[in-house]
Design a protein around this ligand. Structure first.
Ligand SMILES: NC(=O)c1ccc[n+]([C@@H]2O[C@H](COP(=O)([O-])OP(=O)(O)OC[C@H]3O[C@@H](n4cnc5c(N)ncnc54)[C@H](O)[C@@H]3O)[C@@H](O)[C@H]2O)c1
Ligand SMILES: N[C@@H](CCC=O)C(=O)O
Length: 541
């Protein structure tokens, strides 16, 4: 169709609340029961559903690890080779579609998720990733719907970016081409929305994609792929390969058609991918675009003028929602002594009072950590805190993996802000807190600025605008998402574009135009209406 169109204006999907008696609560619980009673065959998707050629892997409930939700066979070399071939075959037809036609698929996916698919993806996220109803809702439903709606808006905005000057008799244009080759999307366990966004954002811009989800997120990932198929995504545009990715990477990373990597996960994994690309750099058709959002050691700084209750609430929610497994979760706090004296007792009581357990029981505040590896990491950090002089475990400090990988929300007070707890990412419900004398606020702010290698999220609490301004200036490069008098989690697409710098990633901001731009390779076109027919210039006389 030849038309300058106006797609629906993006709006943030409202959160449902799951209060007792609410229809969404009943629908979610019904769907949970249905999914719990199944044992799904979680297959790969390469132009259609297929069984991977690698070993069998069970996907279990983290809060009840004996309960298998589904099984997949990991993708092997042959599956990866088939995905590369499918990407190549699908590319000409997909990029030849208009932006509007591709956008319609993504917007249809958003509407399906807002409607009939909502509780299917929410239930899979509760069961497979141990999220509570509300945490699943803000992730698997709202954030993914938002990514899909807002990406269409930003993608279109990119297409309208055109040269602002034309010399007389000339028309300059920009053709926002997709990349030449395929994009490799590798996604983490912790957000169903990120898993859905990373393959679809490059696809929207006309690219074909090979998607490798996290094994522990595979249940929700498989449903996301089914949803995209129902939305009309043509075969081969996105291929999904379950497993640990090692064999897939052996094929995909050195492949000459690798045009980009869209990654979210830990810093060491991204550095490994980048290194491998570097080692193969002479073999690619184009320089692969490397986009990675990675680890964090996110901070809360409570300055002397802060509202104590606001600090206490932000610490509990910011550190312990989803068991501290948001990349944005507060995992180190610096609290002025005058504030600490007012919150200590209630904060400890709040943390010790958090209900931990099976998230299908909606009275729980948090579920289990994702797997045995994470459990071992939290256990080691907690054991060390118990055993180290200068560290005092003031809340939590226990764990139990007999049924699920449960770790009590743990608050550790540290005398020394240079303890390794202030720079190591545990990615679990462990918060370390340093109390400083009110007069030392500036020194402490400077110390925290560069102590951890990361720069993802951070929050400052203060009612005095001069304190806010000073901290904001000192911490300008310490966080890609900076919060004033709010917890450091819960960024909303279209409102706080998300991503960090330093060891936290390339800061291309998921769900923003800057991210989508990375999946395009502009071609500048100059058209001269009446070209010259004499090569001589006037100065030649
Ligand atoms: N900055 C952000 O926006 C953001 C968002 C979410 C999570 N994270 C980070 O993610 C981490 C937690 O997620 P995780 O445990 O899933 O991370 P991870 O690095 O262990 O795994 C991420 C993905 O990489 C895959 N992977 C690992 N090695 C691979 C290889 N050689 N080839 C292909 N794929 C490979 C994994 O299977 C998984 O799919 C934390 O560090 C957290 O801070 C960051
Ligand atoms: N966007 C989410 C973080 C996603 C990372 O895990 C937040 O801001 O809490």
């Amino acid at each position: 169709m030849d038309a300058i169109t106006t797609p629906p204006a993006p709006v943030n999907e409202p959160n449902l609340h799951y209060a007792p008696g609410a229809p969404e609560r009943l629908a979610l619980l019904e769907e949970i029961e249905r999914q719990e009673s199944e044992r799904r065959d979680l297959r790969a998707y390469v132009g259609g559903w297929r069984t991977g050629g690698g070993p069998e892997v069970d996907v279990v409930q983290p809060h009840d690890h004996a309960h298998v939700l589904g099984t997949f066979r990991s993708a092997a070399r042959a599956d990866a080779e088939a995905a590369v071939a499918a990407a190549r075959e699908a590319a000409p037809g997909w990029r030849a579609l208009s932006f509007d036609d591709r956008a319609a698929v993504i917007l249809r996916a958003a509407e399906l998720l807002a409607g009939p698919w909502r509780q299917r993806l929410n239930a899979a996220t509760v069961l497979g990733q141990s999220k509570t109803a509300f945490q699943a809702e803000i992730d698997a439903a709202c954030e993914l719907i938002d990514f899909w709606r807002f990406n269409v808006h930003y993608g279109r905005q990119i297409l309208t970016e055109q040269p602002i000057a034309n010399a007389p008799g000339i028309w300059n244009r920009t053709d926002h081409r997709p990349l030449e080759g395929f994009v490799y999307a590798i996604t983490p366990f912790n957000f169903t929305a990120i898993a859905g966004n990373l393959p679809t954002a490059p696809a929207l811009m006309g690219n074909t994609v090979i998607w490798k989800p996290s094994p522990t997120q595979q249940l929700a990932a498989s449903l996301t792929m089914e949803l995209l198929e129902e939305a009309g995504l043509p075969p081969g545009v996105i291929s999904m390969l379950p497993g640990d990715g090692i064999e897939v990477s052996d094929v995909v990373l050195p492949h000459p058609d690798l045009a980009g990597i869209h990654f979210t996960g830990s810093t060491p994994t991204f550095q490994h991918l980048w290194r491998t690309v570097g080692e193969n750099i002479a073999g690619y058709r184009s320089y692969p675009r490397l986009v990675g959002e990675t680890g964090g050691k996110d901070f809360v700084l409570a300055l002397p003028s802060a509202d104590p209750d606001a600090v206490r609430t932000a610490l509990v929610r910011g550190a312990f929602e989803y068991a501290g497994q948001k990349c944005s979760a507060a995992s180190r706090a610096y609290v002025a002594r005058s504030i600490w004296e007012r919150i200590r007792e209630q904060l400890v009581a709040d943390v010790d009072g958090l209900a931990v357990g099976d998230p299908t029981d909606l009275s729980n505040f948090l579920g289990a950590v994702i797997d045995d590896r994470s459990f071992a990491k939290q256990k080691a950090a907690i054991d060390r805190a118990h055993a180290t002089p200068g560290l005092e475990v003031v809340a939590g400090g226990t764990y139990d993996d007999s049924t699920g990988w449960f770790v009590r929300p743990t608050l550790v007070v540290a005398d020394d802000p240079t303890d390794e707890m202030f720079r190591t990412e545990y990615f679990g419900p462990v918060l370390v807190l340093h109390v400083f004398d009110d007069a030392d606020a500036e020194r402490v702010t400077e110390q925290l600025e560069g102590f951890a290698p990361y720069a993802l999220t951070g929050a400052v609490f203060a009612r005095d605008p001069r304190e806010v301004a000073r901290a904001s200036a000192t911490l300008r490069f310490a966080a890609g998402n900076f919060y004033v008098n709010d917890k450091p989690t819960g960024a909303v697409v279209g409102q706080q574009p998300f991503g960090g710098g330093r060891a936290s990633g390339t800061n291309d901001k998921a769900g923003a135009a800057s991210n989508l731009l990375r999946w395009t390779s502009p071609r500048s076109i100059k058209e001269t209406f009446v070209p010259p027919t004499d090569h001589r210039y006037p100065h030649q006389g």
